[in-house]
Write a protein that binds this ligand. Structure first.
Ligand SMILES: [Zn+2]
Length: 298
């Protein structure tokens, strides 16, 4: 299941500055709130622990306007994240609190998407408490989508950021028409887990350049025919993964930057046989990494 693709959320970005609208959304009896601290949300065994406003107030105490993040509207129902001030505060709200990675298996498509938005935004708030221009404190506004510098002479506005990263399925067809895909692994991963070449886009670089550079750095392979496939929000902590496929022009693998401890070419048959023999583990089935490998395997 290629996840974080839920498309029923109306973010209503044009309403975020409308305080009367946001207040009425907060006060609406059907509105749901998800307490969040850093990358962790209040949870139950079944998934995200959505609360009504009165339940939230019961557990948090006095609610503060600047702690609400307006996520948007789904089927006439408003959804908010509520930023709490510490892990302890989150634990007093419910006995469970979990990060998104550990919740993915139990969250439905809507909640995995919303928890992703909530934790990515909250992570941004956590690390933008101070103005990067003048060093003074910032404060949240526009329903959690802007932070503004409290120094009136500076007054710079800061906006949530998303870090673009590329991931690429590199393939090669030899003289006899045999197709193979290149997969590699990092030393910190569990044994036998392999994935695609991936990395962050650098400043001043096009996405296609980033794909070619990462392939050269990680596996010493030159690429051609770099083609975009699809993307996936990647909330660990706040990226968007841009999925590509590309043809290898060279085939000799050289682990130049040592980010990977091993990389190799695999045919479809080899992949099936190695998985059967429990000697190969592909990326998690919710990831774009797995999705672009599966597209090639089909
Ligand atoms: Zn400032």
């Amino acid at each position: 299941m290629f996840t974080f693709q839920f498309d029923q959320l109306n973010r209503q970005g044009e309403m975020r500055q409308d305080n009367a609208f946001i207040k009425s959304a907060i006060d609406h009896p059907n509105t749901l709130f998800l307490p969040v601290f850093r990358q962790t949300v209040s949870s139950t065994e079944k998934g995200a622990n959505w609360l009504s406003k009165s339940e939230l107030a019961e557990r948090v105490g006095k609610l503060s306007d600047i702690h609400f993040i307006y996520l948007g509207l789904i089927d006439e129902q408003h959804y908010f994240a509520y930023r709490v001030s510490g892990q302890q505060a989150l634990e007093t709200i419910s006995s469970n609190s979990s990060n998104l990675r550990s919740l993915i298996a139990v969250l439905n498509e809507r909640d995995s998407y919303l928890v992703n938005v909530a934790t990515a935004l909250n992570q941004w708030h956590s690390v933008h408490q101070f103005c990067g221009y003048c060093g003074n404190e910032t404060y949240a506004m526009d329903s959690g989508f802007v932070r503004k510098c409290s120094n009136q002479e500076c007054a710079k506005q800061h906006f949530p950021r998303t870090d673009p990263a590329i991931i690429v399925a590199i393939t090669h067809t030899d003289d006899k028409g045999h197709e193979k895909i290149l997969l590699g692994r990092q030393s910190t991963w569990e044994e036998n887990r392999y994935s695609n070449v991936a990395g962050f886009v650098e400043p001043g670089e096009s996405l296609e350049q980033a794909v070619k550079r990462e392939a050269l750095e990680e596996v010493g392979i030159e690429l051609s025919q770099v083609e975009y496939i699809t993307s996936q929000p990647w909330p660990f902590p706040q990226s968007v993964m841009l999925g590509f496929k590309a043809k290898a022009v060279t085939t000799e693998i050289i682990l130049k930057d040592k980010e990977l401890e091993n990389a190799a070419w695999f045919s479809r048959e080899e992949i099936h046989n190695l998985i059967k023999a429990e000697k190969l583990i592909l990326p998690m089935n919710y990831s774009i990494s797995r999705h672009i490998i599966d597209l090639w395997l089909k």
